[in-house]
Ligand binder design. Sequence first.
Ligand SMILES: Cc1cc2nc3c(=O)[nH]c(=O)nc-3n(C[C@H](O)[C@H](O)[C@H](O)COP(=O)(O)OP(=O)(O)OC[C@H]3O[C@@H](n4cnc5c(N)ncnc54)[C@H](O)[C@@H]3O)c2cc1C
Length: 378
Amino acid sequence: MDLTYSDTEQAFRAEARGWLEANVPTGLASGDTAEGFAQHLEWEKLLHEARWAVVSWPEAYGGRDASIWEWLIFEEEYYRAGAPMRVTQNGIFLLAPTLFEFGTPEQQDRVLPRMAAAEDLWCQGWSEPGAGSDLAATKSRAVRDEEAGGWRLTGQKTWTTRGAFCTHMFGLFRTDPESERHRGLSYFMVPLDIDGVTVRGFDRLDGDEGFAEVFLEDAFVPDDAVIGDVDAGWKVAMATTGSERGLTLRSPGRFLSAAERLIELAAERGEAATPLLRDRVARAWIDAEAYQLFTLEQVTAISEGTQTGARSSLNKIFWSELDVRLQETALDLLGPAAELEGPWSRGFLFALAGPIYAGTNEIQRNIVAERLLGLPRK
Ligand SMILES: Cc1cc2nc3c(=O)[nH]c(=O)nc-3n(C[C@H](O)[C@H](O)[C@H](O)COP(=O)(O)OP(=O)(O)OC[C@H]3O[C@@H](n4cnc5c(N)ncnc54)[C@H](O)[C@@H]3O)c2cc1C
């Protein structure tokens, strides 16, 4: 593994840093509120105009054809600059890699440029009231409409992040009524403004209106709404989970910059930063660096053609648990004042969700045990 950056990569970093320093907005409301979401969209449009929204995508779709290494550099600079959370992330980081792998050229041409420009905003419709950890228990169904050339969708999705503000959803539906478990599911793209779709937003624990339930009743989508083969959606969905648990959703830049801010906080807190707390600060920094190195090793393997597969579960356990420890340390440094402090206490509340979303850490440990360590199923 070569950890030195080429001249081109360093020039890319300098350009990204210069642009971000000049353009990153401050003081936006949370992207999980209606007001904040609208403010974040303005930022997304600006990123897109300057071709920073999707750096690793082809130029024809609004990107820069950047390598995976340059993408990592961009992410590092993005978080270093304190730039806003990406409200487009479920589209750009989850659906797009899946479309690049399984979508037809027509689907890619139709969906990706509008996604990059934040014209279509995507949410993830996987969880259902009876199918969370056990995604293969999906009950929402799609019934073939031969005459109209498409599918009629019926069911209920829940915990749909930013669903109330998005225009489109991707999700799994059972296309073979006789099928069980992983078989007979298909992966659909669904506009949320069509007849038969009702979106009901609801609040999260932290008060933001970030969640929605999506109800579908005989909602019609054409054949080209299916990604990959009909009845073979599980395989496509597993590509999306690889992105969600692994690299793309949570790149190391996010935690490196949080660890730097934690170090600054410890310095500001003076004597309140006891030796025990300083140890925890050091641990947070070491963890963030370790995640960075682990990621670089993984990126090396990916650029040599290795699939990430079940190893993305290792990433997920590592980044979610390191985030909780890091945020907890910040609150302990702040002491009782933590409750009055905005960003760290919000960061802590959100970090608590990390071991749950993208598949709980118990499930990730099952995957690691069975698929990486070869331990027997219980
Ligand atoms: C902030 C946040 C955002 C989310 N955003 C989305 C979204 O955009 N789209 C979407 O579709 N979903 C989303 N989710 C839902 C998330 O994917 C589910 O919450 C998660 O998969 C767990 O499912 P569940 O809530 O139904 O819990 P359950 O599956 O009911 O699990 C309950 C508990 O039992 C444990 N458990 C279950 N089965 C096993 C097992 N076999 N072995 C060991 N332990 C087990 C779990 O680990 C968990 O602790 C989001 C969740 C959160 C917290």
